[in-house]
Design a protein around this ligand. Structure first.
Ligand SMILES: Nc1nc2c(c(=O)[nH]1)N=C([C@H](O)[C@H](O)COP(=O)(O)OP(=O)(O)OP(=O)(O)O)CN2
Ligand SMILES: [Zn+2]
Length: 136
């Protein structure tokens, strides 16, 4: 019997969507206002879901406090109030789109969560735009 537990989290970050190897005009055509050289920000919301068997002794799939601390350490402390392009090494040469951000977050968490658990991350870039990654 596999059950999913989920934890919501939040971070605020700035970014610019562009490719360093394209001209400003090329970037403007593809990324529009998101190519603003002065960056812009989002209030990102995150839902991290872990699926696994219920431990018969504890009744937990995983202690949600452990999951919350992990998200704080691996995501919030590294991304909150940061400029993703400038401050976060993973995006030095990777465009910080919602798609790329969710994969970076999933990779960070996957390394810290036991392989017996499935992991899914949903990232809201705006209240209406969100992406999902589960390692497939
Ligand atoms: N596939 C993607 N498309 C877009 C991404 C992305 O990460 N993946 N990102 C952006 C920009 O980051 C942009 O800043 C999004 O903001 P905005 O267009 O203002 O967001 P909304 O759609 O929620 O705003 P509306 O008011 O509904 O226009 C763009 N595209
Ligand atoms: Zn944006």
């Amino acid at each position: 019997m596999r059950v999913t537990i989920s934890r919501k989290a939040h971070f605020n970050a700035a970014h610019r969507l562009y490719r360093k190897d394209w001209t400003f005009e090329q970037n403007d055509t593809v990324f529009g206002k998101c190519n603003n050289p002065n960056f812009h920000g989002h209030n990102y919301d995150l839902i991290v879901s872990v699926t696994g068997e219920i431990d018969q002794e504890t009744g937990f799939v995983m202690d949600v406090k452990i999951l919350a601390d992990l998200i704080k350490e691996e995501v919030e402390n590294k991304f909150d109030h940061k400029n993703l392009n400038v401050d976060v090494p993973e995006f030095e040469n990777l465009n910080p789109t919602a798609e790329n951000i969710v994969v970076v977050i999933w990779d960070k968490l996957r390394k810290k969560i036991k392989s017996e658990f499935d992991l899914e991350v949903v990232l809201y870039e705006t209240p209406r735009n969100f992406v999902t990654y589960k390692g497939e």
